[in-house]
Design a protein around this ligand. Structure first.
Ligand SMILES: [Zn+2]
Length: 240
């Protein structure tokens, strides 16, 4: 009997120790190294490993600007980091999308705002997160672009526009489709409210830009509701 209780004790201890590890240990989202007190989400080596695009410092149009040429008129575009397989940016976005890390989204939004504090896009009237379908929001617990927008809003002192644009239907993940295949699916993805007429310059916020098709569709829906509005785009990362 004593042996049984001892065994049970060991099992319980292992279980709670494991749980403690899960709840309290703070590890780098990219390399899994344990973080020290000053580090948040990434160790400093991985923060350094984030590959900056520096699009905002380019005098000539960036490849991100050119992505929207002949598609929809965009005032300013920027994406801070290069996105790609195995990159630190991918670990951050993965954690944001699939690991229920809502505070990370606000933290990254604040970080983006600080990086672009003197950029003209910080003077927009409002930030507009890319809407996701309510089903997806329910499954994830939040809209990751909205969290980024909240971080930007906090730093720049501009409002987050919610509910002015909605997503029309649920679409499956289309990350493997090519630009043209994807376009068919997203052409009429969004509808914008006439309240968008109250604004003359808004900033669309997204986590990652790949083909730009979703953003193009969103920008078109906003322009359909207010042809005079200027639209800028900001994303945490960009797939080159
Ligand atoms: Zn690390």
């Amino acid at each position: 009997m004593a042996t049984y209780i001892q065994k049970l004790g060991i099992v319980l201890k292992n279980y709670t120790d494991g749980l403690g590890h899960l709840v309290f240990t703070n590890v780098c989202l990219h390399c899994n190294k344990e973080l020290v007190a000053q580090e948040r989400y990434l160790c400093w080596i991985c923060w350094e490993g984030l590959e900056r695009t520096y699009f905002e410092l380019q005098k000539d149009p960036s490849i991100l600007d050119k992505l929207f040429w002949n598609r929809v008129e965009i005032k300013h575009t920027c994406a801070l980091y290069v996105y790609g397989k195995g990159k630190v940016s991918q670990s951050l976005i993965r954690a944001l999308k699939y690991d229920f890390k809502a505070p990370l989204g606000i933290f990254l939004g604040e970080h983006m705002a600080q990086q672009l504090l003197h950029h003209p896009m910080s003077k927009v009237e409002a930030v507009l997160p890319v809407p996701i379908h309510p089903k997806k929001k329910f499954a994830r617990g939040y809209n990751q672009s909205e969290l980024l927008a909240r971080g930007l809003s906090k730093e720049w002192g501009v409002p987050v526009l919610k509910g002015l644009v909605h997503k029309r239907k649920h679409t499956n993940s289309q990350t493997t489709n090519d630009r043209f295949g994807r376009w068919d699916n997203v052409q009429n993805m969004f509808a914008a409210s006439s309240q968008i007429r109250n604004f003359s310059h808004v900033l669309i916020v997204d986590d990652v830009i790949t083909t730009g098709a979703t953003l193009e569709s969103l920008a078109r829906a906003i322009k359909a509701a207010n042809p005079k509005v200027q639209i800028s785009l900001l994303s945490f990362a960009f797939t080159k």
